[in-house]
Design a protein around this ligand. Structure first.
Ligand SMILES: *Cc1c(COP(=O)(O)O)cnc(C)c1O
Length: 447
């Protein structure tokens, strides 16, 4: 698998950087394994040396350089510029300007940050994206909006393998609207999608009573990428709307929602966008639908036209602005803004290119080191068909994930037998991938 001559040369060239090898030796790797592994580590070192995004790691606050953090798909790292900007919001804006800060710009943040996110990362046109609330709340609002746009229809199509919140909200909104969910599947509990959703998976559920199809672009467990464009076109064939959850996609893979014909979308800001824990999420509505939107399911005062008129009845603000419910924290909004700025600086195309290499490298090592020890790959093998994490399966996944954490390798366990290795292109190094898989091998074949 490795190129022996090249790796030897690089081993000599990069001998200084190999001092961190002590860190992975300390992760419980035996000496014979270490000998064969050092060539492989040199390969990882050389991949890092040639990585055009390597410099972005220094734009994050990383207090422990030896911690291998492979969970950026659940909670991205802290951009180095965020604490300073948040401090400014706290002291200069809140502290000094107090209530006047709303007029100074806070009120516009949902749209301003939304447009930066949307135009930079979603292919959106200005005025289509807002940052507010959680993905859960935004899904609720947009599913109701979809029912309002298709009042004579009763069915939501959703995926049994989707993230819990998407399944729960689809079920509840369908119930509230006197309809039902038509599930893609059937899937036995715990079963995962090894390949991304295709038109053929959705077609059997599509007919003229379907109001909306809600699916995730990237499967949260296996990282399999759905055929957004093809499925959206098929959904339109029966007159229904397509709502895509981009939580595991935004900031990791290129998205062009208008070009794909998507109607509605939601997504998360604290994963690959590094907006921080509980950062406000976003929602997007194709401008072609703005004229048909009605009263949102949560008609909040800040989503009202002329909010400060404090009018007797709700009148929707124009466009997506109506989906702003109440007051969203300018602090969280600022965190999202910084995370989005970093991703825009790096460029989604370069992020995607590195992501494909990182996941391919991880799969390479899983194949040669872990497959013989009973580990099964859960993610698609074709780079173009997977997002930025790799899932592996083993009956002892839970204990293994805990043991890895004890060795400063942070992954996450997904019931019943999965471990996700989240590879965030702006901060994850090839050596991190190497060291983590080696540590896992050390756990499975100790001594
Ligand atoms: C992370 C994630 C969410 C998170 O929802 P919140 O309400 O913001 O906590 C929702 N859906 C998917 C697919 C996700 O990956």
């Amino acid at each position: 698998m490795a190129l022996p001559d090249l790796t030897k040369r690089l081993l000599i060239m990069n001998v200084a950087r190999l001092t961190t090898r002590r860190a992975w030796q300390a992760r419980g790797v035996n000496s014979t394994a270490t000998a064969s592994a050092s060539d492989e580590r040199a390969r990882a070192v050389s991949l890092d040396a040639r990585d055009p995004l390597a410099g972005f790691r220094s734009r994050f606050l990383i207090p422990d350089d030896d911690l291998i953090y492979l969970d950026g798909n659940s909670l991205g790292r802290l951009p180095a510029s965020t604490p300073g900007r948040v401090a400014q919001v706290l002291t200069e804006q809140w502290g000094d300007r107090l209530i006047r800060s709303w007029e100074d710009g806070w009120l516009e943040l949902p749209s301003v940050v939304g447009d930066r996110l949307g135009t930079g990362l979603l292919g959106a046109r200005p005025g289509e994206t807002i940052v507010c609330d959680t993905v859960t709340t935004n899904l609720f609002k947009l599913l109701h909006a979809a029912y309002d746009l298709r009042p004579e229809r009763s069915i939501v199509v959703a995926d049994r393998a989707d993230f819990p919140t998407d399944r729960y909200v689809a079920t509840e909104v369908a119930r509230q609207r006197g309809g039902a969910v038509a599930w893609l599947g059937p899937m036995t509990p715990g079963a995962t999608r090894a390949s991304g959703l295709r038109v053929g998976d959705v077609l059997p559920r599509l007919h003229d009573a379907v109001a909306v199809v809600v699916l995730s672009v990237v499967d949260y467990r296996t990282a399999a990428i759905a055929d957004v464009r093809g499925i959206t076109a098929a959904v339109h064939e029966v007159g229904a709307l397509a709502l895509w959850d981009c939580s595991h996609a935004v900031g990791a893979i290129p998205l062009d929602l208008p070009a794909a014909g998507v109607d509605l979308a939601v997504g998360c800001s604290y994963k690959y966008l590094n907006g921080g824990p509980g950062a406000p999420a976003w929602l997007w509505v194709n401008q072609g639908l703005h004229g048909e939107l009605g009263t949102p399911s949560i008609p909040g005062w800040l989503g009202r036209a002329d909010a400060f008129a404090m009018g007797p009845e709700y009148q929707p603000a124009s466009g997506v602005r109506r989906f702003v419910t109440g007051t969203t924290s300018p602090i969280g909004m600022t965190c999202v803004d910084e995370g989005v700025a970093l991703v825009r600086d790096a460029g989604v195309a370069r992020i995607r290119a590195k992501s494909e290499l990182l996941t391919a490298y991880a799969i390479d090592l899983v194949d040669s080191w872990l497959a013989p020890l009973g580990v099964r790959l859960g993610s698609p093998r074709a780079a173009t068909e997977r997002g930025s994490h790799v899932s592996v399966h083993h009956p002892d996944a839970k204990a293994l994930s805990t043991a890895l954490a004890d060795r400063s390798v942070v992954t996450d366990y997904r019931t019943p037998d999965g471990i996700r290795l989240g590879l965030s292109p702006l901060t994850t190094r090839f050596t991190d991938v190497h060291d983590a898989v080696l540590a896992l091998r050390g756990l499975l074949a100790p001594g």
